[in-house]
Design a protein around this ligand. Structure first.
Ligand SMILES: [Zn+2]
Length: 412
């Protein structure tokens, strides 16, 4: 084509550009269904094979994990040219996000290229208004990428909840076996009037595993934020409806809505002696929000419990996880629970695999989000003298005892 930079772009760039053009065409399509672009797109849609638009494929496209295929895109077009105005409107909103994610990745690639540039730089050739538009698009894209990251996080969290449920069952068995109250430190801690504790460990630190143990031993409820989302949406509460609307539009649930859910939960009588809070705060503004919320009833987070674990160890733990194809409750770990027979489930002999959530790039992303957004929260609690850090290394019960001992020492 006439564009001189065209040959210098790699296939991914060309693809992203095509998608951007496609999105522009979609926009035209939306405002004017009778335009030639509509007919051209419609013709292309006719000839392409149909693909199912599964919610996971959509979410992968939005989170930037995977470029949507052309067929996928065309299927979106089919839905867009349908007669349901509401569906068209929804897709238009969603598509904007895909488009901006694409742009963002193009911009990132361009920025990461070394500076021996050709002088054909697209950015330089743009008139001022073009540069402005690019900056706006970039800022908007950054916001959306963050929202998409949070969405991916919440998907991962729901998977963690499933794991937590399994752990809770195991916890009960362990508690029955050891008999409640045999751990004297826990007994000591239960004498306190209240224990309001937040868990802040990095991904893979085992805080999700520890949470139900601590909750049971301290006899305070476990409040997991992803579970709050789930129960409010499922229960169709007023705030749950808001959450559903945001999620449905592919938007990040605003902090004030999350805090509203937390406030509702804290009104329940079972929190009178405290709680274990998991999954919140994830960033500094949420930490301030939680503090303000509790301060409104003259309460506060008394301790932030941090399970210290190195990045290396975290990766080793998460990436080593294996799940049985036959039954997801059959678990193994290449280092910590090595299967008897390589690649085979000890329980039923089924093939073991690595879940997408446990892949290297997902854990790398989660770690990065934690490092830049959540670690400052840990530092804040530290600066305020509310941080209790214990090593997250060792057996589950070993870490539980270590945590209880540290809390007991901290509370004095
Ligand atoms: Zn199995």
């Amino acid at each position: 084509m006439a564009d001189p930079t065209e040959e210098q772009l790699n296939p991914a760039d060309v693809y992203a550009r095509e998608l951007t053009a496609f999105a522009e065409a979609l926009h035209v399509l939306h405002v004017d269904r009778g335009s030639p672009s509509y007919r051209a797109i419609s013709a292309a849609a006719e000839t392409a094979g149909r693909v199912p638009l599964s919610s996971s494929a959509i979410s992968e496209a939005f989170s930037g994990k995977r470029l949507p295929s052309l067929d996928f895109t065309l299927e979106l077009v089919r839905q867009l040219v349908g007669h349901d105005h509401e569906v068209r409107e929804q897709w238009r909103e969603k598509w904007k996000r895909v488009k901006l994610c694409q742009r963002q990745s193009v911009v990132r690639r361009k920025q990461s290229k070394p500076q021996h540039d050709t002088g054909h730089s697209t950015q330089r050739d743009l008139p001022d208004s073009g540069n402005e538009a690019l900056t706006t698009a970039r800022l908007e894209a950054e916001r959306i990428v963050q929202a998409a990251q949070a969405e991916a996080e919440s998907i991962i969290e729901s998977a963690r909840i499933r794991a937590d449920e399994l752990t809770a069952a195991a916890t009960q068995m362990l508690l029955d076996a050891t008999e409640r109250g045999t751990i004297p430190v826990a007994e000591q801690l239960r004498l306190r009037e209240h224990s309001r504790i937040v868990l802040v460990g990095p991904p893979g630190s085992g805080k999700g595993t520890q949470a139900p143990f601590l909750s049971k031993l301290l006899e305070v409820p476990l409040i997991h934020v992803a579970e709050l989302y789930r129960s409010n949406v499922a229960g169709r509460t007023a705030v749950g409806k808001k959450v559903y609307d945001y999620m449905n539009r592919g938007e990040l649930v605003p902090d004030e809505v999350t805090l509203e859910m937390l406030a509702d939960r804290l009104h329940a009588p079972d929190t009178q002696h405290g709680f274990i809070l998991d999954g919140l705060p994830r960033n500094l503004s949420q930490a301030v929000g939680v503090d303000d919320l509790l301060a409104s009833t003259s309460e506060s987070i008394e301790a932030a419990l941090n399970f210290d674990i190195s990045r290396d160890e975290s990766f080793k733990r998460v990436i080593g996880r294996r799940v049985c194809k036959n039954d997801s409750s059959h678990r193994a770990h290449v280092t910590y629970a090595t299967p008897q027979k390589y690649g085979r489930c000890d329980v039923c002999g089924g093939p073991l695999y690595t879940r997408e959530d446990d892949s290297r790039h997902v854990i790398a992303k989660r770690w990065e989000v934690w490092k830049y957004q959540t670690e400052p929260v840990v530092q804040k609690y530290g600066a305020e003298g509310r941080l209790v850090t214990v090593s997250g290394i060792g057996t589950v019960s070993g870490v539980t005892e270590r945590a209880l001992t540290a809390l007991n020492a901290y509370f004095g």
